[in-house]
Design a protein around this ligand. Structure first.
Ligand code: NAD
Ligand code: LMR
Length: 339
């Protein structure tokens, strides 16, 4: 098993007028929660993605202004805004990819699990509409708590007999982006060259950076790996604290989601060897049925799950600690839909 990720050498899919060389650029992406802290910069990065011809933006508020603003950018994607629940299905209709950053962010002192009560029903209802309106769409979910809301999405689709587990993704790319950035600053390698796989889930107990399989080989001491691992696990909280009550990571998350969406698009466009880790339904980890691991992406979403691969002792220990937490988070999500 190779642990590579398909890292862009520039901003993912960025298109200025002179660069538009791709033969296939006619995909429709819908963003649900498009007026939020993540939704707005994500909309901007998708507007300049050369693989997108249609960008629909949905939110409960402010979407028309965001859409009007983005529509003036001189790139081919046509932008349309939809505001209010009765416009949801129209926004999603015929979408190839639906990206969901809708939902409440953390404030200092909260864990991601504390968001479950607010965000579980948001994801449930949005995914139910995707199931009815665009059942073949690839769904990328950003909303926290990722570990529990992806099982919600899959259970909703299953209930409607529309579940294709190759098409539902929890976007954990920000953990990889952070790992690459932090290790690059420590080792002196360019962050554009570094790839650190991160597996498991998206919470301090479940984020597992796999430095032993980083490329190029990471030459940092065991102690430094421990410090880096701790920082990556707690990086979300680092931003929440710095934002002091005004929210959590939005700009770096928009970048990460744009990178992930670009990888989905490249897979849809038929590009080979597109690899991105993501939290998905899978049996790669013993005793649980959701896990983040590197995936080969293609025309139907997941083409191959590359699994956990070889871990060193330290990483094995992290995995051991993560599994019971993931198990509990998954059960919480499944129970929410079954009640
Ligand atoms: P935000 O409050 O700035 O924006 C959320 C947007 O969602 C708002 O515009 C709101 O109107 C909209 N919204 C709420 N309910 C909706 C619904 N039912 N339908 C449509 N839109 C709805 O929050 P944010 O900073 O953009 O964060 C959004 C979510 O992303 C949070 O849950 C946060 O925890 C999560 N997040 C995840 C990651 C990750 O790595 N996966 C990283 C950062 C943030
Ligand atoms: C992050 O990792 O930045 C996000 O999950 C947001 C958060 O609440 O930490």
């Amino acid at each position: 098993t190779k642990f590579r990720t398909s890292k862009p050498t520039q901003i993912p899919g960025l298109c200025f007028r002179t660069f538009n060389t791709s033969p296939q650029n006619n995909f429709h992406v819908a963003v649900l929660g498009a007026s939020g802290g993540i939704g707005q910069p994500l909309g901007m990065l998708l507007k300049v993605n050369r693989l997108i011809s249609k960008l629909t933006l949905y939110d409960l508020q402010h979407t028309m202004g965001v859409a009007a603003d983005l529509s003036h950018i001189e790139t081919p994607a046509k932008v349309k805004g939809f505001v209010g629940k009765d416009k949801l299905c129209e926004a999603i209709e015929c979408a190839n990819i639906v990206v969901i950053p809708a939902g409440l962010p953390r404030k200092p002192g909260m864990t991601r699990d504390d968001l479950f009560n607010k965000n579980a029903s948001v994801v449930r209802d949005l995914v139910a509409c995707v199931a009815d309106t665009a059942p073949k769409a690839l769904i990328g979910i950003i909303t926290n708590p990722i570990n529990a809301v992806i099982p919600i999405a899959c259970e909703v689709l299953k209930k409607k007999c529309k579940l294709d587990p190759r098409r539902v993704f929890g976007i954990t790319t920000l953990d990889i982006v952070r790992a690459n950035t932090f290790v690059a600053s420590l080792s002196g390698v360019s962050p554009l060259e570094v790839n650190v796989p991160v597996i498991g889930g998206h919470s301090p107990e479940t984020i597992i950076p796999v430095f032993s399989r980083a490329t190029p080989g990471v030459k940092v001491s065991e102690d430094k790996v421990k410090t880096l691992t701790k920082r990556i696990k707690e990086a979300g909280t680092e931003v929440v604290k710095a934002k002091a009550g005004t929210g959590s990571a939005t700009l770096s998350m928009a970048y990460a989601a744009a990178r992930f969406t670009n990888s989905l698009l490249r897979g849809l466009a038929g590009e080979k060897d597109v690899i991105e880790p993501s939290y998905v339904q899978s049996d790669v980890a013993c005793g649980i049925n959701y896990f983040a691991s590197p995936l080969v992406l293609g025309k139907n979403g997941i083409e191959k799950n590359l699994g956990i691969g070889k871990l060193n002792k330290f990483e094995e220990e992290l995995l051991k600690k993560a599994i019971p937490v993931l198990k509990k988070n998954i059960a919480t999500g499944v129970k929410f839909v079954s009640k």
